[in-house]
Design a protein around this ligand. Structure first.
Ligand code: PMP
Ligand code: GLN
Length: 387
């Protein structure tokens, strides 16, 4: 038999699936894969339920239902001051995962170079490669995860088609500041490069930081693609409703890709997401405040147990160095070990790197859980490491 596509057939199973399966097998407290315990806002779920029972459950328009596309545009104006034409500049996708695929397949020509920032979300590299892109990786170093400007500038060249990055950033919980974004935008303008910005954690940002979309920077309006996710903004990760905002020229190729990938997304979930994006400011600020409190609860306890806890400025996650606990194996060993022996699951951070030279002493813990779940994980880890 002939072999399947070598890029895809050669991949392992995603770390999130692997660790969640291991957590189920050992009935551990799963702080690995990032999904909230919270059920999500009742009015959002009620809107989707009502639409499911009483609405039009047939193919919605390929670009998404008008109500959601209008809500995406209004939300961009409310939080980023962006003036978006919902008809030509907004596309609904089946999660940010599909959105990323649509952008990469739609924009990359084989041989194009794509600048990526390590550590990176695990779907990026395989899709860039499958689209024929040539990855140019720039690595952030702990504990500050500051943008290395010279290296970033050196990664750009005449063949660069786009930069893809994520802020607030999974897994290292960095938030790109205005100066870093300005530096990226200058490189994009200088080299005539597009930016694909994965902004799924735009509302999960801490300590009075503010999320800034690269699209708002001078000159970037028409060369930036902005991706959001209802899964993250409304604690409904199973819904898989994403949205892309991009100028009409860019959107054309992205939408053409979407039409042959999924074509649409369940209409009741789109309706629910539209309801969510129209919630009052208070909802979004309390989401961040609540997550920040959870971050403090888990980060403080992990530090007391003996982890070296890195700062977390946004997302669902906190990165920890486990070496102070005396564990000398790899991060994969550690995450398996605590799942089996302590009954708590985390995710090895080396899964977010391309190379063999990835750091191997960080574990990512997810804090978007009920206090009781966090406390039970803390209790188990404290008892285990006090042995
Ligand atoms: N990008 C990042 C950085 C993520 O953490 C996630 C995961 N949840 C996604 C994209 C995918 O989002 P969705 O579930 O909407 O496909
Ligand atoms: N984004 C989630 C995480 O980082 C996982 C998403 C998934 O499982 N595909 O944990």
């Amino acid at each position: 038999m002939k072999s399947a596509n070598s890029t895809m057939a050669g991949l392992g199973t995603t770390v999130f699936e692997v660790m969640s399966a291991l957590a189920r097998e050992h009935q551990s407290v799963n702080l690995g894969q990032g999904f909230p315990d919270d059920k999500g806002p009742e009015e959002v779920r009620a809107a989707a339920a009502d639409y499911l029972l009483n609405g039009h459950n047939q193919y919605p328009p390929m670009m998404g239902i008008a109500e959601l596309r209008q809500a995406v545009a209004d939300h961009a104006r409310r939080f980023q001051g962006l003036d978006i034409d919902w008809q030509s500049e907004v596309l609904v996708t089946s999660g940010a995962t599909e959105a990323l695929g649509d952008c990469l397949f739609g924009l990359i020509e084989p041989g194009d170079e794509v600048v990526l920032i390590e550590p990176l979300y695990d779907s990026y590299l395989p899709i860039v490669r499958r689209a024929g892109g040539v990855p140019k990786l720039v690595r952030l170093e702990p504990p500050t995860w500051r943008l290395p400007r010279e290296e970033l500038a050196a990664a750009f060249g005449p063949k660069t088609k786009l930069i893809l990055f994520n802020t607030p950033m999974n897994p290292c919980s960095k938030v790109f500041d205005q100066e870093e974004l300005a530096f990226i935008s200058e490189l994009c303008l200088k080299h005539d490069v597009y930016a694909v910005c994965d902004e799924v954690y735009e509302h999960i940002i801490f300590d009075d930081r503010r999320h800034v979309s690269l699209m708002t920077l001078p000159g970037m309006r028409d060369r930036t693609v902005r991706i959001g996710s209802a899964g993250k903004s409304f604690s409904l990760t199973g819904w898989k409703v994403g949205y892309i905002t991009a100028a009409p020229e860019l959107m054309k190729a992205i939408a053409r890709t979407h039409q042959f990938m999924t074509f649409t997304t369940p209409p009741n979930l789109q309706w629910g997401a539209a309801t969510g994006l129209r919630l009052e400011d208070r909802y979004f600020s309390s989401l961040a405040v609540d997550m920040q409190r959870k971050r403090d609860r888990l980060a403080g306890a992990l530090a007391t147990i003996g982890f070296d806890v890195l700062p977390s400025h946004g997302t669902y996650f906190v990165t920890t160095d486990f070496r102070p606990l005396g564990f000398n194996g790899t991060d994969e060993d550690f995450c398996r070990h605590i799942t089996v022996e302590a009954g708590v699951t985390a995710v090895p951070v080396s899964a977010f790197y391309q190379s063999e030279a990835a750091p191997r002493h960080f574990a990512r813990f997810c804090f978007c859980k009920h206090d009781s779940t966090l406390d039970s994980a803390i209790d188990r880890l404290a008892k285990y490491f006090a042995r």
